[in-house]
Design a binder for this molecule. Structure first.
Ligand SMILES: CN1c2c(nc(N)[nH]c2=O)NC[C@@H]1CNc1ccc(C(=O)N[C@@H](CCC(=O)N[C@@H](CCC(=O)N[C@@H](CCC(=O)O)C(=O)O)C(=O)O)C(=O)O)cc1
Ligand SMILES: N[C@@H](CCS)C(=O)O
Ligand SMILES: [Zn+2]
Length: 753
């Protein structure tokens, strides 16, 4: 029995990869210097995992941006327009990830989507009829060699062919067109790795935990039947995570492969599947240490589970890559009684070896300490929170009057023009803003100095919004480090780390706050800056809140109470904030539910019963008590909600804005089909890229929207907040947006009006 991990965080203990990459983008270091920084990090991580005593060490889990993009570039799945830019391989790679606008041309970035039910994003490979899948890159071989040269035998990891095809988009072609070439390319990879001395390869196939029936199951079987006809000498591990593989368990365990990786945390049926039988000649990589949350593993429970499995060859592993948790608890300053409850990536390595020792019959002190940790209740309930929840009734979740009536009242009061323009909330978090906040955090500047700084920024950006003619203004969220962490820091029941960074996309990270106990609000959170902003202008300023489902989903949740219960607690706290904003004269309040779609269960049969049946009411609870004249907006930066439009409608907000430009406005057809009633602001340009959309480009997009949505219902806004953008590009882009909206408004309004 041995130990293994699926992948390790790649940004670095102190986010070294982020800082080096961003320096390269700013032309402050060379490509060679960036490559050296990446090599240093990879080596440090392999050595750390090896020193911890882990047997199965992955390689090629490193990436400059995303491993799905790495796989696409390795296999020549690159749009012609990007190839034609004539850039170095590294710059071409970044052009795919971020778009490119410069001397070599102008291309958009690849679409970016959520990686299954996580807050990590992958880039969506684009297949066209002319795509020629073949092995053209060398990253996987280079990184294997690099580790081998350092004396470390690794197991190269690559996105498996079924997941790759399932996550990609196809234009004038279909997945089956590429099976033969794809299989040949993977076989070449196997052969080359075997020749280099590798003994295992890990094919990541999280798609297998979704519904895999009908043609999807056929595709999976075809790919693996063909792939495995040729023996390379490599042992193959098919690694799944984020759920159980109930639809294909039998297919999977009968494949001619050596290892099967299963998730025992999110895979509700995994244990039962394995108990129904597991072949003696295969190795089970049992994902028993939770790769997604930061709580210590309950050793006694895990060992009890492992002992029930009828498996002869066992590897103790994590439930998914450790990419989704921070690097180490060691740099945190939590008091010891608190800290002992946490295991970040590095500490999880120790958990794997502790479990291994105990399963081998050793009575370790770590096991005794773990038993003691779980013997005591961790927190006491907050009676006020429980009392409030006990008194909720059906009315607590229902806003009056109905949507159409509210819309009339609000339009009478606000007198907004056709196609009202707005932004999603945040403006650039410049180095100046971040540095000043860091100084405040370290007590190098006073509260008064910090407030003055934030106030001046708000005033400056309000003036700019007025100058370019936006209709509904925002204060810019300059006082916030992050839309979830900021709320966590202002709510009872939360803890937050100093350095608990987790990659969200590319070089961007988040520090998810930790829900430690019952959540409640003990003072207003956003009223100060929202009312400050409203006092500076006669135009409407939107209040800006994060919704309960998003706060829950982007925090590390408790495991001792249900997520539903935690979310209702958060909803009541945010309801208090909504009512305080309203009381203080804020007429439009946006409650962001950016993560609502992301946590939709991966299996369709679970969508409502396991999630939407409580997530939607939680949102309704937040705004159910506002006046009819208060307009509630919501925002989702992930638009793949075509299949759950009734649930989105049922949120009963007045206006919704969402990410749409990177996904070709596909959602609009569905909104039309489903007779969507809310006013909508489909994002008219992609904010994840530094390129500036022209007025003509935005005008075309608005025309596409108007072809599908009645003009009285359309708002014009970017895809998401502008916090990641530079000042110049943000201002130029939004100015183009308002210019495009005004031009179209003039076209729509009858002459003489
Ligand atoms: C909208 N999105 C969000 C998601 N998840 C969230 N939790 N929040 C989101 O907004 N998921 C989906 C999308 C896209 N995701 C992201 C994720 C992250 C960013 C982003 O801009 N991240 C920043 C870090 C933001 C932050 O926490 N800033 C802090 C700390 C800043 C910092 O690094 N300070 C330095 C000192 C700086 C100096 O001296 O110059 C330090 O502490 O050492 C803050 O501002 O206070 C990132 O850089 O990765 C965007 C979209
Ligand atoms: N109000 C937030 C939403 C991001 S999803 C922002 O603008 O950054
Ligand atoms: Zn967003």
């Amino acid at each position: 029995m041995t130990t293994s991990i699926i992948g390790f965080p790649r940004l670095g203990e102190h986010r070294e990869l982020k800082f080096s990459t961003e320096k390269y983008w700013r032309h402050q270091i060379t490509a060679d210097q960036l490559q050296q920084a990446a090599r240093d990090l990879r080596l440090k991580h392999w050595q750390l995992v090896k020193a911890a005593g882990i047997d199965g060490i992955p390689s090629n889990d490193f990436s400059f941006f995303d491993t799905t993009l790495d796989t696409a570039t390795l296999l020549n799945i690159v749009p012609d327009a990007v190839d034609a830019l004539d850039l170095s391989p590294l710059d071409r790679y970044f052009a795919l990830a971020r778009g490119y606008q410069g001397d070599h041309g102008d291309v958009k970035a690849l679409p970016m989507k959520k990686w299954f039910n996580t807050n990590y994003h992958y880039l969506v490979p684009q297949f066209t009829a002319t795509t020629q899948v073949k092995l053209v890159g060398s990253k996987i071989f280079d990184e294997y060699q690099e580790a081998q040269d350092a004396g470390i035998q690794t197991r190269p990891v690559i996105v498996g062919p079924f997941t790759l095809l399932s996550l990609s988009e196809f234009h004038d072609c279909q997945p089956t067109d590429f099976v033969t070439d794809l299989v040949a390319a993977y076989q070449t990879i196997f052969a080359r790795l075997a020749a280099q001395g590798a003994d295992w390869i890990q094919l990541d196939e999280p798609e297998l935990v979704k519904d895999v029936t009908g043609t999807r199951r056929e595709l999976f079987k075809t790919l693996y039947d063909q792939l495995l006809t040729q023996k390379s000498g490599l042992k193959v591990l098919v690694q799944t995570y984020f759920g159980d593989v109930r639809d294909v368990y039998t297919d999977l365990i009968h494949l001619p492969i050596e290892g099967v990786g299963l998730d025992f945390h999110e895979g509700r049926k995994t244990a039962d599947l394995v108990r129904s039988g597991f072949p003696a000649d295969k190795t089970l990589f049992a994902g028993v240490v939770n790769g997604k949350n930061i709580w210590r593993n309950h050793y006694a429970q895990t060992l009890a589970l492992l002992k029930t499995l009828p498996v002869q060859r066992l590897v103790i592993s994590t439930s998914c890559s450790l990419l989704h948790v921070p690097f180490t608890v060691a740099n945190e300053t939590f008091p010891a009684p608190v800290k002992q409850h946490f295991a970040f990536a590095t500490e999880k390595l120790g958990e794997l070896t502790d479990l291994q020792a105990n399963l081998a019959g050793q009575k370790t002190t770590a096991f005794a300490a773990n038993q003691a940790l779980f013997a005591q209740p961790r927190v006491q309930p907050n009676p006020k929170v429980h009392d409030r929840i006990a008194h909720l009734t059906a009315d607590s979740f229902t806003r009056q009057p109905a949507l159409a009536q509210r819309a009339k009242i609000q339009q009478r009061e606000f007198q907004l023009p056709l196609l009202p323009t707005t932004t999603i909330g945040s403006f650039p978090q410049t180095r100046d803003v971040k540095r000043t906040r860091a100084q405040f955090r370290k007590h190098e500047i006073s509260q008064a100095d910090y407030d003055h700084f934030i106030g001046e920024h708000i005033k400056e950006w309000l003036k700019w919004q007025e100058d370019i003619g936006l209709d509904v203004l925002v204060h810019g969220e300059f006082e916030r480090n992050d839309m979830v962490e900021y709320f966590g820091q202002h709510l009872d029941g939360y803890l937050f780390s100093r350095n608990g960074w987790v990659q969200s996309y590319g070089t961007r990270g988040v520090k998810p706050p930790i829900i430690w106990g019952d959540v409640a609000r003990n003072q207003p959170i956003t009223v100060k800056w929202s009312t400050f902003a409203q006092r500076q202008t006669d135009k409407l300023v939107k209040g800006m809140l994060t919704g309960p489902v998003t706060i829950l989903n982007w925090s590390f949740p408790r495991e001792d109470i249900s997520q539903r219960e935690s979310t209702i607690q958060i909803a009541l706290a945010i309801q208090d904030e909504v009512l305080d904003l309203e009381k203080n004269g804020i007429k439009i309040i946006q409650i962001d539910e950016a993560a609502l779609r992301e946590k939709l269960p991966l299996r369709q049969s679970d969508w409502y019963s396991e999630y939407l049946d409580w997530a939607v009411p939680a949102f309704r609870l937040v705004h159910s008590r506002v006046q009819p004249g208060t307009q509630i907006h919501t925002h989702m930066c992930y638009s793949e909600f075509t299949d759950i439009i009734p649930a989105i409608q049922n949120l009963d907000a007045d206006v919704i804005s969402f990410e749409a430009s990177r996904s070709n406005l596909e959602i609009l057809d569905a909104l039309q089909r489903e007779h969507f009633q809310l006013q909508v602001g489909p994002g008219v340009y992609d904010i994840h890229s530094p390129r500036i959309p022209s007025v003509a480009e935005i005008t075309t997009t608005i025309h596409q929207i108007l072809a599908k949505v009645p003009e009285q219902k359309v708002w014009i806004n970017p895809d998401c907040g502008l916090k990641t953008r530079g000042v110049t590009e943000a201002k130029a882009s939004v100015a183009n947006l308002t210019a495009a909206a005004k031009a179209i408004r003039a076209e729509l309004q009858p002459k003489g009006d």
